[in-house]
Write a protein that binds this ligand. Structure first.
Ligand code: COA
Ligand code: MG
Length: 287
């Protein structure tokens, strides 16, 4: 999953444009992009959208619920689960317990709706409060539903009382770099896809491309978008090039033709098991 486009749940117009964006997944949002007055309306609109959308060839449909410390989350799940979203995104998780709690709630709803157990997957935004950064190791084993984990810098800045999360040069300052790094580690440790956060300056395509490339370099497999114009750039960055795939395949072939030893030399460079693992992962991602 390379690109995940946020779509405010109360905007029929944006919902109608979103599927044409080319995003691998849409995140139909019931949380921060929806005002308190529109929570109920957004739920109904999103339910309706899920019912009408092309579920075979269209993008995966993820619904971002409201956080567990709000009065909305049960109503969100009660309304949305019967429409069978591909996944629910849980914002502002404090630890693996939050994922476990939603997973248990879905167990019951899936039973009531006649859905297969674990049909609805989960992903979460893991870094939105200061306290959440101290429990990042707890997502491992939290739920078999957990398939992706991402991070956010906007709510964390609000929690910290920071006037900005960036320095004068536009780079994330320490707390947000830490959140980004911990989310990458937490996702991989939990066997979930690490997904990079949004790039909010949606007219700056060079900035987006640079941030997406840095994410790919570090191990993220995709990035969230807030505007349809960001999607093609994210897809391009996270799609392995033909040269990348050919190079990775040549490494796999070199190990095979040498009889799969622990270590080989190619063009004067030592390659051992981590390099083989990376090559196999890249070929798998391309597929
Ligand atoms: N999904 C679908 N369509 C979108 C969209 C999105 N996320 N963002 C913009 N569009 C549509 C607009 O409706 C507009 O349609 P139109 O040409 O028919 O008028 C078109 O794309 C161009 O949009 P633009 O005028 O450039 O932006 P805007 O000022 O309308 O909207 C935002 C800017 C940031 C408000 C909007 O992109 C948005 O709502 N993003 C998602 C925000 C969100 O979900 N935040 C929570 C997670 S951080
Ligand atoms: Mg938020």
């Amino acid at each position: 999953m390379r690109s995940l486009l946020f779509v405010p749940g109360d905007s029929e117009k944006k919902q109608s444009k979103a599927a044409l964006s080319g995003a691998d997944a849409l995140i139909l949002d019931l949380e921060d992009s929806v005002s308190l007055a529109h929570k109920e309306g957004a739920r109904l609109l999103t339910q309706d959208y899920l019912g009408k959308a092309d579920r075979t060839s269209g993008p995966k449909l993820i619904v971002r619920m409201n956080a567990l410390d709000t009065p909305f989350w049960r109503d969100d799940l009660d309304a949305i689960a019967p429409a069978k979203p591909d996944a629910i995104m849980i914002p502002k998780t404090l630890s693996g317990d939050c994922v476990h709690k939603v997973s248990k709630y879905l167990d019951r709803l899936e039973g009531d709706c006649g859905l297969e157990r674990n049909a609805i997957k989960l992903c979460n935004v893991a870094t939105e409060t200061a306290a959440s950064l101290f429990t990042m190791g707890t997502y491992q084993g939290a739920s078999a539903r957990l398939f992706a984990l991402t991070w956010g810098a906007e709510d964390l800045a609000a929690d910290l009382g920071a006037s900005s999360n960036m320095d004068e040069a536009g780079a994330y300052t320490g707390a947000y770099q830490l959140a980004r790094t911990l989310s990458l580690l937490a996702a991989v440790a939990a066997d979930a896809m690490p997904i990079d956060s949004i790039y909010k300056d949606f007219k700056n395509m060079d900035g987006l491309r640079a941030e997406a490339r840095a994410a790919l370099r570090d191990g993220f497999v995709g990035k969230m978008a807030i505007h349809p114009a960001q999607v093609p750039i994210i897809n391009e960055v996270f799609t392995p090039t033909r040269e990348d795939v050919a190079h990775a395949q040549s490494i796999i072939d070199a190990f095979e033709s040498a009889g799969n030893p622990g270590v080989i030399a190619v063009d004067g460079v030592m390659l051992d098991q981590p390099h083989l693992k990376q090559a196999k992962r890249l070929v798998a991602r391309a597929e």
